[in-house]
Ligand binder design. Structure first.
Ligand code: PEP
Ligand code: MN
Length: 294
């Protein structure tokens, strides 16, 4: 068990919490682990890249090849999307089961593993065939029955932090996954709602401090998603470099062949060329802390 003095009684996570509320998280010792041939928490920082939504077979295959060529370890993309508002034009409609099929074509053609979001347990059977990592999105961070069902499949899980959740609540949700048998869990910081972010200049605030905060109490792998946090493509590169500096163990980045025309969140993806440049910059930044990206 990690030992931590209750330096700040009543402040967020106490030593009593570590013993009685999140003992599995606190005792989590899987320092490095492999998923589909990719090592997490080793020297090399894996990058997961791809569009917000799996819009078509052509788009996802093209993107899979481009991100793989640039050095990404995983293709990301949602076939099932928890969009904030229910009204969807045909273009914005999630691709669902078709999207999953297109993801498996891309996975094969580009020979790259896949991370994709699961929203409902009824799709577990089809999901396990395609997803190498199951993503549980921010909006489902505290959907404990879903977390438990996904954990029972034995697949690695990436649990995104809800944009209003404390670290304590987030780790509580991770504890549910570990109790249900999940062996490999990645916690993904994706930006918080705080007072100033209600202005038009930024939708969320990327909580980089949470990365060293988690490392103080657990060896759980921590990812950062600057695309969802900034919602603004020009800010993705600097915040990706900052995430590496803060100790992120993996990075998730939205990449689209034609960002301005992305079906979902067109302000946040970067194009293939910018992604390639960013991969090189991240690699240089990682070297300063004895890690690497390429
Ligand atoms: C996503 O990764 O596509 C996504 C919907 O992220 P979040 O759950 O963090 O909003
Ligand atoms: Mn998204």
């Amino acid at each position: 068990m990690a030992t931590i003095e209750n330096k700040f009684p009543g402040k967020d996570i106490s030593s009593d919490d570590l013993k009685t509320k999140i003992p599995l998280v606190a005792n989590y010792t899987s320092k490095a682990f492999r998923v589909a041939g990719v090592t997490f928490n080793g020297k090399k920082i894996p990058v997961m890249a791809g569009p917000n939504m799996v819009e078509s077979e052509d788009l996802i295959v093209k993107t899979a090849k481009a991100v793989k060529k640039a050095g990404a370890s995983f293709l990301r993309g949602g076939a099932f999307k928890p969009l904030s508002f229910p009204y969807r034009s045909k273009k914005y409609n999630e691709s669902g089961l078709d999207g999953l099929k297109w993801l498996s074509v891309a996975k094969k053609e580009a020979s790259i593993p896949v991370i994709t979001e699961i929203m409902e347990s009824k799709y577990l059977d089809v999901m396990v065939d395609v997803a190498d990592i199951m993503q549980i999105g921010s909006r489902n961070m505290q959907n404990y029955p879903l977390i438990t069902d996904v954990a029972s499949t034995g697949k690695p899980i990436m649990l995104k932090r809800h944009y209003g959740a404390s670290l304590r609540d987030w780790l509580g949700a991770a504890e549910y996954a570990l109790i249900a048998g999940c062996k490999h869990i990645i916690l993904c910081e994706r930006g918080m709602s705080v007072a100033h972010t209600h202005k038009s200049s930024s939708r969320y605030l990327l909580d980089l401090q949470v990365i060293p905060a988690i490392k103080e109490i657990s060896s759980i792998s921590v990812a950062s998603d600057p695309s969802h946090a900034t919602f603004w493509r020009d800010w993705v590169p600097p915040m990706s470099l900052a995430s590496i500096s803060a100790g992120a163990d993996s990075i998730m980045i939205e990449v689209h062949p034609d960002p301005k025309n992305a079906a979902v969140d067109p302000l946040q993806p970067i194009n293939f060329k910018s992604f390639q440049v960013l991969m090189n910059q991240m690699d240089k930044t990682a070297k300063a802390i004895s890690r690497k990206v390429l």
